[in-house]
Design a protein. Structure first.
Length: 783
């Protein structure tokens, strides 16, 4: 356990750090009392519906809304011409090209006025008295579009002669990214005894959050102030982007409120083009305007995930030692650059691809390319699962090609524990980890040696059986300052205020455990305030598996300020010098005596109007900002077993074991739940999920009739263990866990699929390993 907590004291705490405390959030959510955006209604609200392009690429000559405006209940129709005063959506994470020049970054308006660039591109907002009236009127808006040729594949989009989405972006290349010493890597490959090379597709996925996007916009003319209620991953940063970039007003004139959020996985973190039209309509009409996306809209217009096309290479010497890794390929950006879109296909590959291995040299070359598809942005891991997948597929393939046992090959190339801190070729320094011991634990836990008997049993039933292992390491906690507020309320509760945002993780529970452990306030008295930009003085939001590191550290530091204020107040009340006041388990005492007072007693006296000298703090309340901590490096090893029916190609995951190093674990129950969710999403991408466009840019997988997501029957029971080595990069010693399930499951499941098919001579199969794809591979191999 990290030194900021007393281990003996924690052992006596039922609700302290390290305890599997059930989620505070569940009783409300499981009984249907959650308040999601669509559950909210404002007095006098109108309803908005967006008109979207049904053409993937074309010149927008005009919009005829006359019929719609004449329909019952219609209040207004707004187009791009009405939104000229508002700013565009910009990329918040611009990167440089290989030659040092700036990336091309055509800015995205809320509504295009010249061209449409993907099916689902919003071009107008219809507002009416009822949602049904708005939907009917939206159908009556006529778009005059001259279709142009479309391109939906990044590799094809970068080719000469491909349809061009923007005049100033030749070959649709947004960013031509390069990292590494090209000559050193080329030399390593030239001198290698063996080179493994794979072309790997990381398939496009739809972000299937349970709750679709929704928003309610309001404008208060008395205060000249906007309020928008919506699902997000952090109100503070979203408020700043809306105020600074879109509305171009002082931040104090914008308030963002987020209630319960039904999933996001990165998708709801950013500004979308729907927000400015809704805010404009609210001011123009003088009444709130509400919009909720239907599921078809979500398939068309939500930011998608993954969609990379990479050639991955691994150079090895004669002893099987890794010499270099080279990644070269394409990342699909969709029709517009999202706020962090380029990162997943570029910088996050650099940071994550070499994983737990000693790799002397690394080169990453990646072109980020516009296509006539919905924009692609962060999705659970945002380049981390993709990178680990490239590496682990290379390692497994290299093991087969060289004849080295796949466990031994990994063991031979792991960064040893005594080499940590380790300076990786990515430029990062790993602060902690025990990679070989963790893998050995996973192999034992999964009964690796018993696989032969299980394979024989499957064969007796006519099934192919495969065993797959995947090491992973993630670089988590992208830097951001984070608020930790503590407020003692009049009703005797204690409110934690944080700029991160819970959209399913269980923050209230975990943060309450941290505060309870640090300052001893009763766990059941702690409440969480999040999602209100007016309450926040900082906040990077939730993302990059950083919440427990950023908010946890902020709460610890804020708690220390509470303790210091409490020591001064206690010194006055106990008539003792402040240096003689000790604090332990929620009580202040005079050293060497039995005289003490509890922190909640002090809070009660303050509420009652305690008279204090001017030089003594008059409150325990704290508003604190934690300065961004360095990254952390969660890692682990997942082992999956699959059965394949060779007659149908159906793949079933039948066993799944994982061992993870998440550093200090605040709540094992929450951590295991987060791992389960990530694994299920990884299984979905590995075996079934794939967003498909036809050559004209039409979405062929536009509903759950066509797009498969895993259900309970598609996954096995998960077996979970930890091998924790606390991080040294943050006060809690935590490493983050929210995205690790995806990072481990893509690799272990697909390595198991290829292992099962290897007896037929099949070397590689791309995700998703659907029945049709697997059946065809088996058929072709048997010919």
């Amino acid at each position: 356990m990290n030194a900021i907590f007393d281990e003996a004291e924690l052992a006596t705490m039922k609700f302290g750090v390290g305890q599997p405390v059930p989620r505070n959030e569940d009783p409300t959510l499981l009984t249907g009392r959650g308040r999601y955006t669509d559950d909210l209604n404002r007095d006098g609200q109108a309803y908005g519906v967006f008109v979207r392009s049904s053409v993937a690429h074309g010149v927008l000559n005009g919009i005829d809304a006359s019929d719609a405006l004449a329909m019952p209940g219609v209040l207004a129709v707004y187009t791009g011409a009405d939104l000229a005063a508002y700013g565009p959506i910009r990329c918040a994470a611009p990167l440089k090209n290989a030659d040092g020049s700036e990336m091309r970054n055509p800015l995205r308006p809320s509504f295009p006025t010249d061209k449409v660039r993907f099916v689902g591109d919003p071009v107008a907002l219809v507002v009416a008295e009822t949602a049904a009236q708005a939907r009917d009127a939206a159908e009556a808006v006529m778009l005059d579009i001259d279709p142009l040729p479309a391109v939906t594949d990044a590799r094809a989009g970068a080719a000469d002669g491909a349809p061009q989405l923007y005049d100033g972006t030749p070959n649709n290349v947004v960013l031509d990214y390069h990292y590494g010493d090209r000559e050193a890597v080329a030399r390593a490959f030239a001198e290698a005894a063996h080179v493994t090379r794979l072309t790997i597709r990381n398939n496009r996925v739809v972000v299937s959050a349970l709750e679709p996007r929704a928003a309610i916009a309001e404008y208060d003319p008395a205060d000249d102030r906007w309020t928008i209620r919506l699902g997000s991953q952090g109100a503070f940063g979203l408020r700043n982007l809306l105020a600074d970039d879109i509305l171009k007003v002082d931040r104090a004139r914008v308030r963002v409120l987020t209630g319960n959020v039904g999933g996001s996985f990165g998708m709801k973190a950013f500004v979308y083009p729907e927000y400015a039209p809704l805010l404009h309509a609210a001011r123009a009409l003088g009444r709130p305007v509400k919009w909720t996306a239907d599921r078809s809209e979500s398939f068309l217009a939500d930011q998608a995930g993954r969609d990379h096309d990479m050639t991955a290479e691994l150079a090895l010497d004669g002893d099987g030692r890794f010499l270099a890794v080279r990644i070269d390929g394409y990342g699909n950006m969709g029709a517009y650059v999202g706020q962090v879109s380029p990162v997943a296909a570029t910088l996050n590959i650099v940071k994550n691809v070499t994983s737990v291995y000693r790799v002397p040299a690394l080169e990453v070359s990646s072109k980020c390319v516009f296509t006539n598809t919905s924009p692609v942005s962060a999705y659970r891991g945002a380049g981390r699962p993709e990178s680990n997948y490239y590496m682990e597929r290379l390692v497994d393939t290299a093991a087969r090609e060289t004849g080295i046992d796949r466990i031994e090959l990994r063991r031979r190339n792991h960064i040893p524990a005594d080499a940590i801190p380790y300076d990786a070729c990515s430029g990062l320094t790993y602060d902690s980890g025990d990679f070989t011991a963790l893998m050995e634990q996973a192999v034992r836990f999964a009964d690796w040696d018993g696989f032969a008997a299980r394979k024989a049993e499957s064969r007796a039933r006519g099934k192919l059986r495969g065993l797959g292992l995947g090491d992973y390491l993630e670089v988590t906690a992208p830097p951001a300052n984070e608020m930790g507020g503590i407020r003692f309320e009049d009703d005797g509760t204690v409110t934690v205020i944080t700029g991160t945002l819970d959209y399913g993780q269980g923050h209230w529970t975990a943060f309450a455990q941290v505060l309870h452990s640090r300052i001893g306030v009763p766990f059941e008295k702690i409440r969480l305030l999040q999602g209100d930009s007016d309450e926040l003085i900082a906040g990077g939001g939730t993302g990059g598996s950083k919440s427990i590191m950023a908010s946890g550290a902020a709460i610890v530091e804020a708690g220390d300020k509470v303790i210091e204020a409490g020591r001064q107040i206690a010194g006055h009340l106990l008539e003792a010098a402040v240096p003689d006041i000790e604090f332990r388990a929620g009580r202040f005492s005079i050293a060497g005596t039995d005289r003490s007072i509890g922190i909640m007693e002090i809070a009660e006296k303050l509420r009652a109007g305690l008279d204090l000298p001017a030089d003594v703090p008059h409150t325990l309340d704290v508003r604190h900002v934690h300065k961004a901590s360095p990254s952390a490096f969660p890692n682990g090893c997942h082992v999956a077993e699959v059965e394949i029916d060779p007659d149908t190609g159906v793949v079933e995951v039948v066993r799944y074991h994982m061992v993870n190093d998440f550093g200090t674990v605040v709540n094992p129950l929450l951590v295991e739940g987060q791992s389960h969710g990530g694994i299920v999403q990884g299984i979905g991408q590995a075996l079934m999920e794939h967003c498909v466009y036809d050559r004209d840019g039409q979405v062929l997988t536009g509903s759950y009739m066509d797009y498969a997501v895993p259900r309970a029957g598609d996954v096995p029971m998960f077996a979970f263990e930890t091998h924790s080595v606390p991080a040294t990069t943050n006060p809690l010693g935590a490493k983050g866990c929210g995205e690790a399930g995806c990072a481990g499951s893509l690799t272990s499941v697909m390595n198991a699929v290829v292992d099962a098919l290897s007896e037929l001579g099949i070397k590689h199969i791309d995700m998703p390993a659907t029945p049709e794809k697997v059946w065809r591979a088996i058929r072709d191999a048997r010919r």
